[in-house]
Design a protein around this ligand. Structure first.
Ligand code: MG
Length: 176
């Protein structure tokens, strides 16, 4: 039911405004870097090229939560032209992005992530990634889902040139 005095088009009966956002990121593999995904170091695999640590999972999640709040994106908050973010720990950037949401009164309800790559296998690292991402957003790990898919050998992902990440986030704001 919409309540008087709000500009929100839809609010659920509990007086919670719910908003959804999506995030996408892709990075090229770079054999000279360590692979960090979802804040987890994955050994014995090429890393990801990028100005920061290249953590495409963290970047997609940042875009999803900021997008849900209509609060910009990873590039506008942490521009690659700014030397501050060179080799930055992207989990730290996610923490900062979650802080932007809290300042606006939002909390992250849940995040669902799909990593598309031929290698590495994502499943053995999914629980660790959930915990790292959840901790950065100050939510419980059962609110963060990580799934891996291959691209069935197709295109640039299939050729092993890099990986892509899709993320969806639901955020909520209580009526005050
Ligand atoms: Mg990125």
């Amino acid at each position: 039911m919409a309540s008087a005095g709000t500009t929100c088009a839809w609010r659920c009966a509990g007086g919670i405004e719910l908003r959804v956002g999506t995030g996408y990121d892709s990075h090229r593999f770079d054999a000279d870097r360590e692979l960090i995904l979802g804040g987890v170091l994955i050994p014995d695999h090429a890393g990801l090229l990028g100005h920061s640590d290249g953590d495409a999972v963290a970047h997609a999640v940042i875009d999803a939560i900021l997008g849900a709040a209509a609060a910009g994106d990873v590039g506008s908050h942490f521009p690659p032209t700014d030397a501050t973010w060179k080799d930055a720990d992207s989990i730290g950037l996610l923490k900062a992005a979650a802080g932007v949401l809290r300042e606006r009164g939002y909390e992250v309800v849940n995040v669902d992530v799909t990593v598309v790559c031929e290698t590495p296998k994502i499943r053995p690292h999914a629980v660790a990634m959930s915990h790292r991402l959840a901790e950065a957003m100050a939510i419980s790990a059962d609110r963060v889902s990580i799934k891996g898919k291959t691209n069935e050998g197709l295109g640039w992902i299939g050729a092993g040139e890099g990986l892509a990440v899709h993320a969806v986030a639901l955020i909520g704001k209580a009526d005050r």
